[in-house]
Design a protein around this ligand. Structure first.
Ligand code: ATP
Ligand code: MG
Length: 190
């Protein structure tokens, strides 16, 4: 199955973001963007891709250990950013070092469990809001709309393992796009 490790912000924090994103929907160009579905909003820590079922037990043990070693930390959704002309996202602020550490540990956990992980680019924490269908969409109005956004902080207390169900072409999904399959509390034991 297709898997990634993530931080899932609590529903109230996603509601705050939702209010801002509601306003973005009215901006010119909004129809040229494919907006991500809100129940699936997440912060990817480590993308694993297709993982053999046989690796799952070891992967769970390793991720549990990564969570056990890492302390809970504060985070808030913050501002906006983009990857090229294609992806629009909101960023995070607060415990960025701790978030990066958790991302590195999740990546290492997957690697040691035998998941062939890509060489990672520099970790850029983000929550994807929309993807442009074509390069033609000017993202500036959306970035302006996100610039002042400061979410309320929360305490990140879990490392989640999430399954990604790729959309079957032509079929309007009955299954959720992203499913939390497991999660482990952050315990800061080392
Ligand atoms: P779609 O691929 O249909 O546009 P998606 O990218 O959200 O949707 P996945 O490709 O399953 O769905 O990715 C799941 C999560 O992992 C997303 O947050 C995605 O941005 C992230 N991700 C996917 N591929 C990589 C990668 N190679 N490196 C880092 N993160 C990735
Ligand atoms: Mg993808």
């Amino acid at each position: 199955m297709r898997l990634f490790a993530a931080v899932l912000p609590p529903p109230e924090r996603l509601d705050e973001l939702g209010h801002v994103v509601d306003r973005l929907h009215h901006l010119p160009g909004a129809h040229g963007l494919r907006w991500t579905s809100r129940p699936g909003w997440h912060l990817t820590l480590a993308f694993m891709g297709e993982v053999d079922d046989g690796l799952l037990p070891e992967l769970r043990v390793r991720l549990a250990r990564a969570a056990h070693r890492t302390p809970p930390f504060p985070l808030r959704l913050h501002g906006g950013g983009h990857f090229g002309r294609r992806a629009l996202w909101t960023g995070v602020a607060g415990g960025l070092d701790e978030l990066r550490l958790l991302a590195e540990r999740a990546d290492a956990a997957a690697r040691r469990a035998g998941v062939p992980m890509e060489e990672h680019r520099r970790y850029q924490a983000h929550l994807t809001l929309a993807r442009a269908r074509a390069d033609a969409v000017d993202l500036h109005p959306f970035l302006d709309g996100l610039a002042g956004f400061e979410g309320t902080r929360w305490e990140v207390g879990e490392l989640a393992l999430v399954r990604s169900n790729l959309p079957v072409s032509g079929v309007r999904g009955e299954q959720p796009r992203y499913e939390r399959v497991d999660g482990w509390p952050l315990e800061g034991a080392g």
